[in-house]
Design a protein around this ligand. Structure first.
Ligand SMILES: C[S@@+](CC[C@H](N)C(=O)[O-])C[C@H]1O[C@@H](n2cnc3c(N)ncnc32)[C@H](O)[C@@H]1O
Length: 514
């Protein structure tokens, strides 16, 4: 395998940080002393020396997120994470016990969320070893809480605590979704990774011919995905977070659905690309790999903490063609000469996340209609803004939401707003789960969900600028004919080469959609 490379990506802070739907936009930037518009070097790159006065600080916090870094913190963080997620897992049970014992009525000053963590630790955890003055309050009710737990078990006819947990829909779905491993071609190649896993005792079954094969994997078997050429598939719950290849950035643990936007956008090497809402950067690093680090990715995000994590991740992945900016994408000026060669945009805006199967139990309820409206308003604005970049040829819009309001509705509204300038591209015709038929051509969009595609819930639409019309007919915003099919675009070794492979040929034949 090739040795790690040191990227020279840059992070800038944009001039404005207003608005946007980013839920974490208010966080204080943890960059060095740099002021507005200042440039900040990535950690460990040494990039600060090559760009003169532009570099005034170092971006630090992303280091904390890197596996293997700051080992002194990892124990506490792991314990805290375990305590919080276990409390959430037991949340309905704890509600019932606390109600039965009238804990919050008796202790009005005890914050409800803290009460829940303490009761979890008392009844199901380590027995409330710490907790200060709050511990004293909860311990006063120990006997009543224990009696409520015993009563609940009798009522539900179970003998152990675990049996009180009815698996949620999300948990059941998460158990069906395979572990997808994207080979980071900036650092290694598929064959080397396959060999590595074989040496680790895994058995490689080759490239899957059909999606169903992915669901029958067990033990130490793995496959190559039938759609994505650099995606390996392992049984659900396989954990590679401690794996050497993951720690070294040779593999990226990324759900298959989340690999679709960069794969379908497929910018040619050397292109200028915008990643409008980029952090934590999985899709950015995927695009850097597709570009072979040649060209330029302008990556924006409102959230400085997520950007910090992203910069660390990009260093680890060896992505060196990215320029990161802590800026509201809506304030990026499409007429700025800096972006005059941007021909590809990936827009993966903040969304309700309703498709994520691994969400915490507390997040599982459907998003409120008010929240959906606010998100869709931002998504429409961002998509419409993206289509204003003058050289733009192709755009991938994606969300990890399953709500029509954030997906088909956004795409259709914005397509109409832009008249005949852009059309939807009918990507991956062999993909089994399509956009909801809410407008003519919506089936060109892709949907994903655990049951149909063995992935998280997801949505992708690819928009392309309409070519100038010739005598063949007038242009229309209706979608193009079938353009890309994973099965139809195999290279000589039988593997997919990416959507662009067939695009050029077909465009010649049919520049306009009638
Ligand atoms: C779904 S996440 C992006 C995930 C990312 N594409 C990836 O693959 O790792 C959405 C991101 O949009 C950012 N965001 C929200 N509003 C924004 C805005 N107005 N401009 C730029 N970024 C924004 C959020 O901070 C968040 O990091």
């Amino acid at each position: 395998m090739s040795s790690p490379v040191t990227p020279l990506s840059r992070v800038s802070r944009g001039r404005s940080n207003r608005g946007g739907a980013g839920p974490r936009g208010a966080a204080v930037p943890e960059v060095g002393p740099a002021g507005c518009g200042a440039w900040v070097a990535l950690p460990g790159t040494g990039a600060g020396t090559g760009h003169g006065a532009l570099h005034r600080g170092r971006l630090r916090p992303g280091r904390a997120a890197a596996p293997g870094r700051r080992p002194q913190d990892s124990g506490n963080v792991k314990q805290l994470y375990a305590l919080v997620s276990e409390t959430l897992r037991y949340s309905p049970v704890l509600d019932s016990i606390m109600d039965g014992a009238a804990l919050l009525k008796a202790e009005k000053k005890l914050p409800p969320h803290l009460a829940k963590v303490l009761v979890y630790d008392l009844l199901f955890g380590k027995g409330l070893k710490c907790g200060g003055r709050w511990k004293v309050l909860v311990l006063k009710h120990r006997a009543r809480l224990q009696a409520e737990l015993a009563r609940l078990k009798v009522r539900r006819k179970v003998s152990c605590n675990e049996d009180l947990l009815v698996p949620t829909e999300g948990v059941i779905q998460a158990l069906q979704v395979p572990r997808y491993v994207r080979v980071n071609t900036l650092k290694t190649c598929k064959d080397d990774v396959v060999d590595y896993f074989k040496r680790q005792g895994y058995s490689y079954l080759g490239r899957a011919a059909r999606m169903e094969e992915l669901s029958s994997l067990s033990g130490k078997q793995f496959l190559l995905d039938p759609h994505l050429p650099e995606l390996l598939v392992f049984p659900p719950q396989t954990d590679f977070h401690e794996n050497r290849l993951y720690v070294a950035g040779h593999i990226i643990l990324q759900d298959k659905a989340s690999c679709l936007p960069a794969f379908l956008l497929s910018p040619p090497s050397g292109s200028h690309v915008i990643d409008a809402c980029a952090a934590p950067g999985n899709k950015t690093s995927h695009m850097a790999a597709i570009l072979k680090n040649k060209g330029q990715i302008f990556a924006f995000d409102l959230d400085p903490n997520r950007l910090a994590t992203m910069s660390t991740m990009l260093v680890r992945a060896g992505a060196s063609c990215c320029e990161l900016a802590n800026q509201d994408f809506l304030t990026v000026d499409p007429s700025d000469p800096k972006y005059s060669n941007v021909t590809y945009i990936l827009l993966d805006p903040s969304c309700s996340g309703s498709g994520m199967v691994n969400r915490l139990p507390a997040e599982e309820s459907a998003p409120s209609s008010e929240r959906l409206r606010a998100l869709a308003r931002f998504q429409r604005k961002a998509l419409s803004h993206a289509l204003r970049f003058p050289a733009l040829q192709r755009l991938a819009y994606s969300t990890c939401s399953v709500q029509q309001e954030e997906n088909e509705d956004v795409v259709w509204d914005v397509l109409q707003e832009h008249g005949t300038a852009f059309r939807l591209v009918n990507v991956l015709p062999s993909w089994p789960h399509r956009g909801l038929a809410t407008f003519p051509g919506a089936e060109c969009c892709l949907r994903a969900c655990p049951a149909a595609t063995l992935t998280n819930g997801f949505f992708v639409a690819v928009l392309e600028r309409q070519q100038e019309c010739t005598s063949q007919g007038s242009s229309s915003s209706l979608p193009a004919e079938a353009e890309v099919d994973g099965g139809a675009e195999r290279s000589q070794d039988g593997e997919g080469r990416g959507p662009r492979a067939t695009r050029k040929k077909r465009r010649k034949k049919s520049p306009c959609v009638k």
